[in-house]
Every structure is written in structure tokens, then in C-alpha cells.
Design a binder for this molecule. Structure first.
Ligand SMILES: *Cc1c(COP(=O)(O)O)cnc(C)c1O
Length: 265
């Protein structure tokens, strides 16, 4: 085999992966449509964010080819590199990068350069850092305001004690329900940021449906004060049906579309 035959050999692999992603996407979209059908008429279909963490820029490009525009990432270093590679190689569609993981304030500047939204806003210091970073970026590039979701801690055991979200414990991050309005207000007042709504991850142990119902109640309180902040980001591969039943507007689905996460492919 000569060297110049190699690019042609890569093609079938790409096509196989693309078909696999396409099939998985179709299945997930079918699940979403079925669950959404059971809701009261008039509710908009939830938006699907495809979580590409641990998967390559090549996969994101294949997803772009399949019509996906919204992708989610949970680590700044990985997301910054991947979004740069995708925007360099993707001559067509503009992707929207949603940041969904725990975020350190010193990464705000980097995130402001590529993120369309941050779903994991969980403390005043992060609001301040994001606002500063986005307004600076806006002066440089004219970027749009950053959509921000307040991450709500739905863990019944830890919800009452702020600042106890320790990695490896049952808690999956976020502010307790009673702290959500204050943080929402800070976002709403912060230049460069726009309050989208609330976000949560269902607790590891416990009933996801019950947890998402509590999230919907928190959302109702937020919407009463900030009528435009209607977004509810909830639901992953395992529990998207229960999230939709509870009123989710944004779903974050990874492994059921991209497959299991191991090392970066
Ligand atoms: C990884 C991740 C997801 C996607 O989870 P899957 O189980 O792969 O669908 C959703 N939300 C957050 C916050 C995540 O970190």
C-alpha cells in the first residue's frame, strides 16, 4: 500500500462513526419526542445539547455534519482546545458551546472566548469573574451576552449546608434551593450576562423524577421574579424522560449518543 492511499482508507471509518452517531441521535430524538408528546399541548419541544466531553473534535465535526449545533463540555482545557479545532476545520455551521461542569473563576476568561452558555453558575465569585471576562471579550469581538443557568443542588442531604459539595460525595454541585434567587439576581444585574434559568443534575441515589419536580418548583419561583428566565436544564442519558415530564427545556445527553467515555479518542 502506498502512502497516498491512506487518506482514502480513513474515509470508511469516518462514515461508520458518522452512521453510528446518526443512529444514536435518531434514537435519542425519538425518546425526546415520545416523552414530549405526553406533556400538555403548547409546551415547546426541549432543546438537545449533545455532551461531547471525552470525545474528539472529529466527533464534533461529524455531529455538525448531522445537523447538531449545540454541544456541551465540562472542562475548560478540553473545551477550549476542541472548540478551536472545530472552528478551524468546520467551514460550515457555527457550533454553540455549552459549559456544563464545575468552573473555577480563573477559567472565566478562557470560557468567555468560546462559550455560548454556562449551565453551572453556583456562586457570586463566578458571576463576577464571568461578567468581567465577557464584557472584555465583548469589547474585543462584540460577542453576545453569555447565557447563564443557576445550578441547583437537588441533593436532599446536602442542600441545607452551602459549600459542602465535596467531589466524591453524593452531592453533584450547585446552590441549595434557598440560595437560587439571590444568585439569579446577581446574574441579572451583571453586565455581559443573561439569566436563562436553572440547571440541575439528579442526585446519585434517590428518585430523579421527584428531584426534577423540586427543580421545577425552584424554576417557578425564579420565573415569578424574572419572567424571561424560563429555561430548565435537566436530564441526561439515564433520566431524560423524567426530566421532560417535569418540564425540562434543555437536555444534556452524552453517552447515549457518543457511547461510553474512556480516554479521549
Ligand atoms: C456528562 C454530563 C452530562 C451527560 O451525561 P450522560 O449520562 O453521558 O448523558 C450531562 N450533564 C452534566 C453536568 C455532565 O457532566
Amino acid at each position: 500500500m502506498s502512502v497516498d492511499e491512506q487518506p482514502r482508507q480513513e474515509q470508511p471509518v469516518d462514515q461508520r462513526r458518522s452512521s453510528e452517531l446518526g443512529r444514536n441521535l435518531e434514537q435519542v430524538r425519538f425518546r425526546i419526542a415520545s416523552a414530549a408528546d405526553k406533556r400538555p399541548a403548547g409546551m415547546a419541544d426541549p432543546e438537545l445539547i449533545v455532551v461531547t466531553k471525552f470525545h474528539s473534535a472529529a466527533d464534533v465535526l461529524l455531529l455538525a455534519g448531522l445537523g447538531v449545533r449545540d454541544v456541551g463540555e465540562n472542562k475548560d482545557q478540553e473545551a477550549a482546545a476542541k472548540s478551536a479545532e472545530v472552528s478551524q476545520r468546520n467551514t460550515g455551521a457555527i457550533m454553540r458551546w455549552h459549559f456544563i461542569g464545575q468552573l473555577q473563576s480563573n477559567k472565566a476568561k478562557s470560557v468567555a472566548a468560546y462559550a455560548y452558555s454556562v449551565h453551572s453558575v453556583d456562586r457570586p465569585g463566578l458571576v463576577k469573574a464571568l461578567s468581567t471576562a465577557v464584557t472584555a471579550e465583548q469589547q474585543r469581538t462584540g460577542r453576545a451576552d453569555l447565557l447563564c443557568f443557576v445550578q441547583v443542588n437537588l441533593d436532599p442531604a446536602l442542600a441545607a449546608v452551602p459549600g459542602t459539595a465535596v467531589p466524591g460525595t453524593a452531592s453533584r454541585g450547585g446552590v441549595p434551593a434557598e440560595g437560587v434567587l439571590a444568585l439569579a439576581e446577581l446574574i441579572e444585574l451583571a453586565p455581559g450576562l443573561r439569566l436563562a434559568g436553572v440547571m440541575a443534575v439528579a442526585p446519585h441515589d434517590g428518585d430523579a423524577g421527584e428531584a426534577f419536580a423540586r427543580l421545577a418548583k425552584v424554576s417557578a419561583v425564579v420565573v415569578q421574579r424574572f419572567p424571561q428566565a424560563t429555561a430548565i436544564s435537566a436530564g441526561m442519558s439515564q433520566d431524560l424522560e423524567r426530566a421532560i415530564a417535569a418540564g425540562a427545556t434543555h437536555l444534556r445527553v452524552g453517552s447515549d449518543i457518543l457511547g461510553p467515555r474512556q480516554a479521549l479518542r
